[in-house]
Design a protein around this ligand. Structure first.
Ligand code: NDP
Ligand code: 8X3
Length: 271
């Protein structure tokens, strides 16, 4: 029988990749406020340390962090071995990892295909697609069946449309969407939920990374409009993961009110 009880995140282990900034750091705070236990990964350990400390203040039952480079299989293996030491094992042999947030990623460069750079393409596809696959493969054996566990993948409006200069990023996020849909099939009957949250323009470090540290170019992306914030997306993550276990939120497309489509953005005059 279906019971309509909200899924409590209190004392549940939540693993967040890319937790050192933007959506990932905000997700750490939002899951912390639900009393969850956090496992945070990214490459910048100094940032993770601060995010973990803030999460404890926000109410996390625990907040641990470890270096993680999702573009390296060896790094993912080391990270997951560390995760196992934290979460312990259930009698059923499955682990106690209740929420996996595959958030690590981003775009690199805004060159046309004709001017594209191998390094940008490779990093974009390595992190957003292969990283998600690697982390999910390693995490699945640690997730309990029929207990309301969730995998939340962070996609993008870019995976559903096209814009000039974003070939690798659009391909990567279209890949993320495809992987999410495949997982939905593969996990059918396990009780493990999976879905994608696909934001439009959100002001984080995303554009600073895309433009390789050029803050002016990054700021121009959001000039005169009200972009989404990292907190908006974190709030959605918590809402998705806390639905009753029989509810799977498959796909969410969320845009700023000022953005009707990719490249169709309402901007007020900037003084
Ligand atoms: P940020 O640049 O603020 O955060 C990106 C995070 O990903 C950082 O914590 C970074 O950590 C981590 N990361 C990047 N590469 C790796 C790697 N190889 N291994 C581990 N962690 C990595 O941007 P956002 O918060 O905006 O981005 C989060 C996700 O949201 C990304 O997947 C992005 O594509 C997506 N997105 C963003 C949108 C936006 O407009 N901001 C809109 C739609 C989707 P570190 O550098 O320390 O490793
Ligand atoms: C990030 C949003 O519009 O820069 O995924 O592609 S956008």
């Amino acid at each position: 029988m279906t019971t309509r009880m909200k899924y409590s995140l209190k004392n549940k282990w939540v693993l967040i990749t890319g937790a050192s900034s933007g959506f990932g750091a905000a997700a750490a705070r939002a899951f912390a406020a639900e009393g969850a236990k956090l496992l945070l990964g990214a490459r910048r350990i100094d940032r993770l340390e601060k995010v973990a400390a803030r999460a404890v203040k926000a109410g996390a039952a625990a907040a641990h962090f470890h270096e993680l480079d999702v573009s390296s299989t060896a790094s993912v293996k080391t990270f997951m071995a560390w995760v196992k030491t934290k979460i312990g094992r259930r009698k059923s042999a499955a682990g106690n990892l209740h929420v996996l947030v595959n958030n690590a990623g981003g775009a690199h460069g805004l060159d046309s295909v004709a001017a594209g750079k191998d390094a940008d393409w490779e990093t974009t596809l390595q992190t957003n697609v292969l990283g998600l696959l690697r982390v999910t493969r390693a995490a699945l054996p640690l997730m309990p069946p029929d207990a309301g566990a969730s995998i939340l993948n962070i996609g993008s409006i870019a995976g559903r449309t096209a814009y000039a200069g974003a070939a690798a990023y659009c391909a990567a996020k279209a890949g993320e969407l495809a992987v999410t849909r495949v997982l939905r099939h593969e996990l059918l009957g396990t009780g493990i939920r999976v879905g994608t949250i696909d934001p439009g323009l959100a002001e984080t470090e995303f554009s600073v990374v895309r433009f390789k540290g050029d803050k002016k170019k990054a700021d121009d992306v959001y000039a005169g409009m009200n972009p989404l914030t990292a907190e908006d997306i974190a709030e959605i993550m918590v809402w998705v993961a806390s639905r009753p276990p029989h509810v799977n939120i498959d796909e969410i497309l969320v845009k700023p009110t000022d953005q009707a489509e990719m490249g169709k953005v309402f901007r007020r005059p900037v003084k």
